[in-house]
Ligand binder design. Structure first.
Ligand code: CU
Length: 128
């Protein structure tokens, strides 16, 4: 399994909002107007992102099912720092409260992981 960590601060997630195009289209009110052209980033669509919250020393949901090529995103909603660790791999960077981490899951399989700080925190990702 290739591991690609993408470490995100919350501020970075808000920086790319571009509401202007859709606002402009709504003002024009032209029936059957072609859709406004919005320059798209080569990003994985939202539907392909599976979110896991970390709350009270627990990954929620504890088991997720997702499609290969999708992205899993852990959001630390706890008041304590945590990390993500897959067996045989080094732990991720530490996620302080409010921080999040994404990882692309390219290969089908069953991936069990834990917190690198609190070994009893466990989760499973089923990639189909
Ligand atoms: Cu932890």
């Amino acid at each position: 399994m290739k591991i690609l960590w993408v470490f995100l601060l919350l501020l970075a997630a808000c920086a790319q909002d571009t509401p202007q195009a859709s606002e402009r289209a709504a003002e024009m009110q032209v029936p059957n107007a072609p859709p406004a052209i919005v320059q798209e980033e080569p990003e994985i669509p939202a539907a392909m992102v599976s979110e896991i919250s970390i709350v009270r020393y627990t990954f929620a949901p504890q088991t997720i099912r997702m499609s290969a090529g999708g992205m899993v995103r852990w959001i630390n909603s706890d008041s304590t720092s945590h990390s993500i660790r897959f067996p045989g791999s080094p732990s991720s960077e530490i996620l302080a409260p409010g921080e999040q981490l994404e990882m692309q899951m390219d290969d089908p399989g069953i991936y069990e992981y834990s917190c690198g700080i609190h070994a009893k925190m466990k989760g499973t990702i089923l990639v189909e």
